[in-house]
Design a protein around this ligand. Structure first.
Ligand SMILES: Nc1ncnc2c1ncn2[C@@H]1O[C@H](COP(=O)(O)OP(=O)(O)O)[C@@H](O)[C@H]1O
Ligand SMILES: [Mg+2]
Ligand SMILES: [Zn+2]
Length: 452
C-alpha cells in the first residue's frame, strides 16, 4: 500500500514544503502554494510505466553521430526558433497565455506537414470544435488523427500502437494519470504526465509538442514547473489586443535560445512576418514627445522598435514607475542615472515605459532610447522622427558600445532612417553613406543629437 502524505507545492515554480506559505519562498509569488497528495510508493508512477525501463550502456564509439533528423514545420520563423525544425524524439513545450494562438499554430503545422501522420490529442476542445478550426485554417491532412482524451496512459498506448510521426498534446494541464490522487492541472499531475510522455517520446523516437497555458490561477500548474523536464521550451508572447505574436525559445537542447519568430494573427491563422521592423513601427505617432525608435538584436536579427516614455507629475508622495516589455529594476537604475549623472529630475514624477508591439527586450542596447523617450516626455520636446538611437548606459552616465553596430545601422537605413545616434566608440567603425552617423559620449549629447 502506498503511503500518503500531503505537501504544499507552488504552481509557478514547483517549490515544495510541508507547510503552507502565503508567499512562495522559491519564486516570491503570492497565493501559489496549493496542497497536493504525494504518493510515497516505490518510485514514481511513471517509472513503473516506462515501456523499456532499462537503457543498457553502450560504448561511445558505437553511438551514431549522424545529424539528428529534423522535421521542417513549414514555418521558417518557427524552424529558426527551434534551431532548424523539430528534432525526432524531442519534447517541445509551447507555453503562452490562453487565446494567444497555441492551438492555432499546432493546427497550422498539421496543415504544413500534410505528408506526415500526426496524432493531435486535445483535452480541451471537442472533435467538432477542432474540425471547425481546421476548416477555418484550411487544413487538409488525411493523415491527421484527432483524439479527445485526458488519460495520458491511453494517449501513450495510442502512440505505441499507431507510431505517428508527430504527436501534439493540447494542453498538458488537462492531462492526468488516473491512479494519482491529485486533480488534473496540479503540479504532481502535470509533472508526472509530462514524464510519461517524455519517456514515450524517447522510446519511440517520436517528437511531441506539448501546450502549456500560462495562467495566474494558483491551483493550476504553470509551464515553468516543466521547463527542466522537456528538451525545448518555447513561449508565445504578444499583446492579445494587437495582432503581433512573438515566439521565443527560453530553453533549447538542440539550438540557440536567442532567436525569435514573429507572426501576425489573422482570421486565416498565423502568418509569418518577414519584415518585423516595419510591423513594429506601423502606426507610430509623428511629431509628439515621449517616443524614440531603437534597434535591438534578437538572435541574429536586428529589429527596430518604438519605445514610449511618459513622465507626469506625481500626485502621491511615492512616485510610480511602470514598465512593459522592459526590466523594472533596470528602469529604476536608468532613472537614477538620469537624475544623478545628467541632471534630469524624475524624483517627483511618475515614469512609465512601454515597448510598443508586445516585444520584450532584455538587451542593454535599448537603454539609450528608453532614456531619450523619458527625457523627451519630461521636456515635452519630440525626438526627430527620422532618428534611431541605441547604446548601453553605464552607472557613470556614459554611453557604452554595443555589439553588431553595423548590422543595426544597416537595418535602420533600410527602413529609411536618416540619423543614427550611437555610442561614440561604435561610430568610428561604421561604414554608411545614406545616413548621418552621430557618435555620442553622454546623455545630454545624445538628446541634443536627437532633438535638433
Ligand atoms: N473565428 C475566428 N476568426 C478570427 N480569429 C479567430 C477566430 N477564432 C479564434 N481566432 C483567433 O485565435 C485566437 C485563439 O487562438 P487559440 O489558438 O485558440 O489560442 P490558445 O490555444 O493559445 O488558447 C483568438 O485570440 C483570436 O485571435
Ligand atoms: Mg487552445
Ligand atoms: Zn514558487
Amino acid at each position: 500500500m502506498a503511503k500518503i502524505k500531503s505537501v504544499f507545492i507552488c504552481s509557478e515554480c514547483g517549490y515544495e514544503s510541508p507547510k503552507w506559505y502565503g508567499k512562495c519562498p522559491g519564486c516570491e509569488n503570492w497565493n501559489t502554494m496549493t496542497e497536493e497528495i504525494k504518493e510515497l510508493s516505490k518510485g514514481s508512477a511513471t517509472v513503473k510505466k516506462r515501456i523499456s525501463p532499462y537503457s543498457k550502456p553502450v560504448s561511445i564509439g558505437e553511438i551514431s553521430t549522424e545529424d539528428e533528423q529534423r522535421f521542417d514545420t513549414g514555418f521558417s520563423e518557427l524552424n529558426r526558433v527551434l534551431g532548424g525544425g523539430i528534432v525526432k524524439g524531442s519534447l517541445v513545450l509551447l507555453g503562452g497565455d490562453p487565446g494567444i494562438g497555441k492551438s492555432t499554430i499546432l493546427m497550422q503545422i498539421c496543415k504544413n506537414l500534410s505528408n506526415l501522420s500526426i496524432l493531435y490529442v486535445s483535452g480541451e476542445e471537442s472533435k467538432r470544435q477542432l474540425k471547425l478550426r481546421a476548416d477555418r485554417l484550411n487544413v487538409v491532412n488525411n493523415n491527421l488523427q484527432i483524439m479527445t482524451e485526458t488519460d495520458v496512459e491511453l494517449v501513450c498506448e495510442e502512440i505505441k500502437n499507431q507510431k505517428p510521426d508527430i504527436v501534439m498534446i493540447d494542453s498538458i494541464q488537462t492531462m492526468m494519470i488516473k491512479e494519482l490522487t491529485s486533480s488534473a492541472g496540479s503540479v504532481t499531475q502535470v509533472r508526472e504526465s509530462t514524464n510519461l510522455i517524455m519517456h514515450t517520446a524517447k522510446d519511440f523516437d517520436t517528437p511531441v509538442i506539448v501546450v502549456g497555458h500560462v495562467n495566474k490561477e494558483g491551483s493550476i500548474a504553470g509551464p515553468k514547473v516543466l521547463e527542466h523536464i522537456v528538451d525545448t521550451v518555447l513561449y508565445f508572447e504578444g499583446d492579445k489586443q494587437m495582432s503581433c505574436r512573438i515566439l521565443r525559445a527560453v530553453k533549447n537542447r538542440f539550438g540557440s535560445t536567442n532567436e525569435i519568430g514573429v507572426f501576425e494573427m489573422t482570421d486565416k491563422g498565423l502568418k509569418e512576418v518577414e519584415n518585423p521592423s516595419q510591423m513594429m513601427l506601423s502606426g507610430r505617432p509623428k511629431g509628439v514627445s515621449g517616443t524614440c525608435v531603437t534597434c535591438s538584436l534578437e538572435g541574429t536579427r536586428p529589429i527596430l522598435t518604438e519605445i514610449q516614455g511618459l513622465a507626469t507629475n506625481s500626485s502621491y508622495g511615492n512616485p510610480r514607475r511602470m514598465s512593459t516589455g522592459f526590466d523594472y529594476n533596470r528602469l529604476s537604475m536608468l532613472l537614477a542615472v538620469l537624475e544623478k549623472r545628467a541632471g534630469y529630475y524624475f524624483n517627483n514624477m511618475d515614469a512609465y515605459v512601454n515597448i510598443v508591439g508586445g516585444l520584450r527586450i532584455d538587451e542593454p542596447s535599448v537603454d539609450l532610447a528608453i532614456c531619450m523617450a523619458l527625457i523627451s516626455s519630461l521636456k515635452d520636446t519630440p525626438v526627430r522622427e527620422d532618428a534611431v538611437a541605441f547604446g548601453e548606459i553605464g552607472l557613470a552616465g556614459e554611453i557604452r558600445s554595443v555589439s553588431q553596430s553595423q548590422q543595426r545601422v544597416n537595418e535602420s537605413v533600410r527602413l529609411g532612417f536618416n540619423r543614427i545616434v550611437l555610442p561614440y566608440h561604435n561610430a568610428k567603425n561604421i561604414v554608411c553613406d545614406n545616413a548621418e552617423i552621430i557618435g555620442v559620449r553622454n546623455l545630454r549629447q545624445a538628446f541634443e543629437a536627437l532633438s535638433e
